[in-house]
Design a protein around this ligand. Structure first.
Ligand SMILES: Cc1ncc(COP(=O)(O)O)c(C=O)c1O
Length: 487
């Protein structure tokens, strides 16, 4: 419950042209606000001086109204706190009368739920908490918060007008320059800073790309299985999702061509397919790029966790191979830093930059740049690269512990996929009901995602997606035992 004691001025107006005295108008305004629940028990009200000044009246009518409201028990005064709405009001006013129909139940139109619009993370049908094996959780206790806090403090102290005005819709220039260097070096992305747009996570990148490039009703290939939250962005943009199967080499381009040869775009995770975890082979990459060039289609490359590769060097991006400017490269800081930062980036082909910029401007004018400045320092002072290196080694240990624990505790009925990279792996086994298991595992406080939820079409494979980054290696075995009980 947020602190509701701040003395916010409620909407109370006075009209000198009325014959009702000013103190009565103030009294009536407060009484109506309290009885309707707009002002809640315990909520502080402004001082008489502040309210008089706000309403442009003398203090006398305000003092008279406050005295009356206190005398009638609407207000109470507490030492050290001030005047607030009486706590005793709660039982009398806010409880619905027996048999009363809740307001929300009265003649609301029914809003249909598209199967492509997923439940939010908090409301998903299978529970999710902190710890084993929640997908997408990072090792927060290992994040260098001391450094981050110092940078936050430094930027709060030096904040100039540039931090407070609208900024470039593409984001802070210095951060884009730092990311251009990082992406060129670490991901083989070919770009200049002027092609980079900083966004509020990859979800927004995809939304902007869809608005810029994909018309309503156009076909878009999505990986089957694939990242369901990305499909929901396409659904919001009225695109037609065309699920295309994935095999060990990545998306099956030939199958995609059969289903929709002239689709407007293909949305892919080539470095580490979500959720199965394969890496798109070189020949598939070339095949996909070739299709996009011939069909004049776009490739939306979601490179969400490629920093974490354990058994070989990170694989270069698809964008780096593209010679026809068909790839929109999307990256996120949710995995390498933390997700509530809501920071991601997109690399846009040069001739499309202006189009993307105007769409972003129309959507939210410009991003909030304060954290851009903090992140720029974090990168330029070397903390970013150091943190990635440390997490790569920590996650590697956690990943190995999980694979060992699965092998020891679950036996070979389960096929492990995608364990060579990223922050999660999959255990696949047909004949189980993964949604039921996910719910039961949640009761034992282990949080797994059912593989079948990543399928858009019918006949999903059954299995479990297990994140391993927020689970210490020494507790892995115990967590897998809990999972075994749920199985
Ligand atoms: C496939 C995939 N793409 C992207 C993301 C990151 O999204 P965002 O940047 O919106 O946090 C995730 C996070 O779980 C993911 O699994």
């Amino acid at each position: 419950m947020p602190n509701i004691s701040a003395a916010i001025t409620p909407i109370i107006s006075v009209n000198r042209a009325l014959r009702t005295p000013l103190h009565r108008q103030i009294y009536d305004g407060y009484q109506a606000a309290i009885l309707s629940g707009r002002l809640r028990p315990g909520q502080r009200v402004p001082s008489t001086r502040a309210l008089a000044s706000e309403l442009g009246v003398s203090r006398i009518p305000v003092l008279t109204a406050y005295d009356q409201l206190s005398a009638e028990g609407y207000f109470q005064t507490r030492a050290g706190i001030g005047t607030e709405v009486s706590l005793s009001i709660r039982s009398q006013v806010l409880q619905p009368k027996p048999g009363a129909v809740p307001r929300t139940a009265v003649s609301r139109p029914r809003i249909g739920k598209s199967s492509l619009l997923p439940d939010s993370i908090e409301n998903s049908p299978w529970p999710r908490g902190w710890g084993a094996f929640a997908v997408g959780q990072v090792a927060l206790d290992e994040f260098p918060f001391q450094v981050w806090k110092k940078l936050l403090a430094r930027h709060s102290n030096i904040a100039t007008t540039g931090y407070f005005d609208y900024c470039d819709p593409m984001g802070l220039r210095q951060l884009r320059q730092a990311l251009a260097v990082y992406l060129g070096t670490a991901r083989g992305v070919q770009c200049g800073a002027e092609q980079i747009m900083i966004v509020n996570g990859s979800q927004q990148a995809l939304d902007i790309a869809a608005r810029a490039l994909l018309g309503a009703g156009t076909d878009v290939w999505t990986e089957e299985p694939g990242y369901r939250f990305a499909r929901s962005v396409l659904a919001l943009n009225a695109c037609r999702v065309i699920p295309v199967p994935v095999d060990n080499d990545g998306i099956d381009v030939a199958a995609g061509i059969k289903r929709s040869p002239r689709a407007s775009a293909a949305l892919v995770t080539p470095s580490h397919q979500y959720p199965l975890g394969c890496t798109m082979s070189a020949s598939r990459r070339l095949e996909l790029l070739d299709w996009a060039a011939r069909a004049r289609s776009w490739i939306l490359e979601d490179d969400y966790d490629s920093e974490f590769r354990y058994e070989c060097m990170p694989i270069s991006s698809l964008q780096g191979l593209d010679r026809n400017s068909r790839v929109i490269y999307i990256g996120t800081l949710s995995k390498v830093l933390f997700p509530s930062l809501r920071l991601g980036y997109m690399v846009i082909p040069t001739d499309l930059v202006e189009r993307f910029r105007s769409i972003r401007f129309a959507m939210d004018i410009s991003p909030a740049v304060f954290h851009h400045a903090v992140l720029t320092d974090f990168i330029c002072q070397g903390h970013f690269a150091r943190h990635i290196r440390r997490m790569r080694s920590l996650y590697n240990a956690r990943r190995k512990a999980l694979v060992e624990a699965i092998t020891a505790e679950l036996g070979d009925g389960f096929e492990i996929t995608g364990a060579q990279a990223g922050m999660h792996l999959c255990v696949v086994r047909n004949g189980i009901c993964d949604r039921e298991i996910a719910v039961r595992a949640g009761q034992a406080k282990v949080w797994v995602a059912p593989l079948s939820s990543s399928y858009a079409g019918k006949s999903p494979r059954q299995g479990l997606v297990l994140g391993f980054c927020s689970t210490p290696a020494e507790t892995m075995r115990d967590a897998v035992r809990k999972l075994r009980s749920a199985l």
